[in-house]
Structures are given as C-alpha cells and as structure tokens.
Design a protein around this ligand. Structure first.
Ligand code: FES
Length: 240
C-alpha cells in the first residue's frame, strides 16, 4: 500500500451501524456508523485472539468482538473485557488501529499512513457534488487494481472495444490532440476530442440533438486508487 494517502474504500450509503469488512491489498478493515452518523474504521483483527470484529456488533458507539466480547471504542481502545473482574485494569496493548476517515463526494475515504491525516489531499470532485444527480452501481473487475486504473485512463481503446456501448469500431481512430493537466496534489488528467458523430445506441439521442458539435472526454487518475471519466456533450455532461 502507498502510505499517507486517502483511499476511496466504499460508497457512503453502504455504511450503517452494522459492521462490515472491507479489504485493501489483503488488509482487513471494519467500518461502521456510530449513533451520530460518523463513520468509524478499525483494523478488523481483535487484539485478543484475532477474530474479525466485522462479525460482531455495535453497542453504545463501540464495537463488540463476537468471540469473547471485548468492546472497542472509536479510537480502537478496548474499554471492556467481560471475563475480567471489575477492578482489573485493561492492558494498554488491548487496542486495535483506528484509521482516520472522511465522507466526501458520496464515498468513504480512509487515510492510510503514519503521518497525521491531511484532509486537503482528498481530491476536489465538484462533478459528484449533487446527490440528486447521481446513480450508483458496483461491480468487480477480475484484475489487478493497477490494470483497472490503466484501463480507465487509456484513451485509445474505446473506438475499438466499446461497440456495445455505442461506439462503432473505428480503425482510423486517430487521437488528434491531448491536453494533460495536473489535478490537485496527487492527480493528473488527459482531455481529448471525442468523435461523437459515430456514436449509436443509447448515446445517439444526445448527439442527434446537437448535430456534430465537438464533444470532449477527460480521463483522470488520483493517487492511490480513484479514476474518473467525464464526457462533455455540450449541453450534457456525464461523470463516472
Ligand atoms: S478474539 Fe476478540 S474478544 Fe477474544
């Protein structure tokens, strides 16, 4: 894992009081939402015998391990060991790592690293700001994540590959001009003209309404794991 960066790890709407596990490069993290609606992220391995806390439950804004019932607060400190007598102190090492999290643009962002979380490093994504203009879907790519990122910023494959999405196979799909720009601290984008007059299928009505006016697409990548694709049809903009 690359350190000291924000990872987009889940849709905000997917997180409830019911703990759930996410996996980042074989690291297991448990996410849940407390009574105030705040998202909490802890290492999903109980400090006692290593049980998954995601199989436990929330109690008074804490997370209860399902195995022997150790209870962890939002900072990952164990605050109760049911088998201990009341006067017994809780050992300092009865602790799991708590990760800084932030909800923005409809996603949960998790800070991974030893430095203090710098919220200014979360990408600025105004195209995802309006929740009533958003729909949401989820699917799994059976590939290494770097391959997925590479595909999402690959500007030359759509005319060949995406016939089912409305683009005819085009063996003369020259890329005329590329504009490469930095996007905040850890991102970059490439913008190019898209040959929308060749579109068919679900895209055709958009083009039909606008004739053959110029359209652009912009592919962006933000370290460590976030890519966007923006299609600009003039009057219509789509962002993925
Ligand atoms: S493994 Fe979690 S309380 Fe024992």
């Amino acid at each position: 894992m690359l350190n000291n960066l924000w990872y987009a790890v889940e849709f905000s709407t997917a997180i409830t009081a019911q703990p759930q596990q996410i996996t980042l490069m074989e690291h297991h993290v448990v996410l849940y939402r407390d009574d105030q609606g705040k998202v909490i992220a802890l290492n999903d391995r109980c400090a006692h015998r290593g049980a998954s806390l995601a199989l436990g439950w929330t109690e008074e804004n804490c997370l209860r391990c399902p195995y022997h019932g150790w209870k962890y607060d939002a900072n990952g400190r164990c605050v109760e060991i049911p088998a201990n007598q009341l006067e017994m102190a809780i050992p300092k090492r009865a602790q799991v790592t708590a990760y800084p999290v932030e909800e923005r643009h409809g996603f949960v962002w998790l800070w991974w690293g030893e430095q203090a979380a710098n919220r200014a490093l979360i990408p600025d994504l105004p195209q995802f700001a309006a929740p009533n203009h958003r729909c949401q879907d989820e699917f799994r790519w059976n590939a290494h994540y770097t391959r997925v990122i590479e595909n999402n910023v690959d500007v030359s494959h759509p005319p060949f590959l995406h016939r089912r999405m409305g683009q005819r196979q085009d063996h003369n799909a020259e890329i005329e001009q590329l504009i490469v720009e930095p996007m905040g601290e850890w991102g970059a984008s490439v913008t190019l003209n898209a040959k929308m007059k060749k579109l068919k299928g679900i895209w055709q009505p958009l083009v039909a309404q606008q004739g053959e006016m110029g359209s652009t697409r912009r592919h962006a990548f933000y370290l460590p794991n976030f890519t966007t694709l923006e299609l600009n049809f003039g009057r219509f903009q789509l962002a993925f």
